[in-house]
Design a protein around this ligand. Structure first.
Ligand code: ADP
Ligand code: MG
Length: 255
């Protein structure tokens, strides 16, 4: 399939691919110690949608996310961000692409402790030498309920608030795609719900694209689509998931 065939038909409801993997494998180690973390994965993630990636521990979820986000390179196959084949880019180009076109939310919030929330949120934009879109950033901050917290440093914020700062930072540059790896993993359930609700809103009302790794069926239920990984393969997927249906499927995977 060429890079454009899926989007040129003008079919009602047709979606654009925000990111995709074509025949992607990832091996760690050498010789007898080689681990195949991903094996010939083909997957396309729709723009303007919320996709969850689930699977047992060690099934390759983080590896897939890191490859799609250009944080690591495949051993075989190609990775695309939109129409850009990122697996063909050099290190500098890849760094710039991550900075300019991708937002990240990790389980550990990864905020700079010496900076205020406001400074953390716009740091990647400042590093890029650009001026933040103040109205956009203010609307994100407002949606996240952080307006009164902008002058606080991370240690003065709860875990939930710190993760919302990280989410604001991820969205601040209006990235082409936001990748989140277990973003609720370190949060209590109320804070997790707030974050997931925000990610859902970012897709529905702000037109963002979100791809989230999680092992929590309740978190996956916020997505439009769930991909299931097992042993380095995408083994199935589910549209419009419910927590109960996801939990049921995960039991069959032995997770
Ligand atoms: P998940 O996120 O689903 O728990 P990972 O993608 O982290 O799974 O890991 C998939 C497999 O690859 C596991 O067997 C893991 O031990 C292995 N793996 C991941 N990263 C590395 C690495 N840097 N070096 C060696 N093995 C790795
Ligand atoms: Mg992982």
């Amino acid at each position: 399939m060429s890079a454009t065939t899926s989007t040129t038909g003008g079919i009602t409801g047709a979606t654009t691919s925000a990111a995709r993997a074509e025949g992607v494998s990832k091996f760690y180690g050498t010789g007898d110690a080689t681990i195949a973390a991903l094996k010939d994965v083909h997957v396309s993630l729709d723009a303007g949608r919320f996709t969850a990636i689930m699977g047992p521990s060690g099934s390759g979820k983080s590896t897939l996310l890191h490859l799609l986000a250009g944080l690591d390179r495949p051993s075989a196959g190609e990775v695309y961000l939109g129409d850009t084949q990122i697996s063909a880019l050099g290190d500098n180009a890849l760094t710039l692409l991550r900075r300019d076109r991708i937002g990240f939310v990790f389980q550990s919030f990864n905020l700079l402790p010496t900076m205020t929330a406001a400074e953390n949120i716009v740091l990647p934009i400042r590093i890029a030498g650009r001026t933040p879109d103040e109205a956009w950033v203010a609307s994100i901050v407002d949606r996240l309920g952080l307006t009164e917290r902008l002058g606080h440093r991370p240690t003065q914020l709860s875990g939930g608030q710190q993760q919302r700062v990280a989410a604001a930072r991820a969205l601040a540059s209006r990235p082409q795609i936001v990748f989140a790896d277990e973003p609720t993993g370190a949060l209590d359930s109320a804070a997790g719900t707030e974050l997931l609700t925000f990610l859902r809103t970012a897709v529905d009302e702000l037109g963002q694209t979100v791809v989230m790794v999680t092992h929590d069926p309740n978190a996956a239920a916020y997505a439009d689509r769930v991909l299931f990984l097992a042993d380095g393969h995408v083994v199935d997927e589910m549209a419009d998931p419910t927590a109960a249906a996801v939990l049921d499927f995960m039991k069959h995977l032995g997770a």
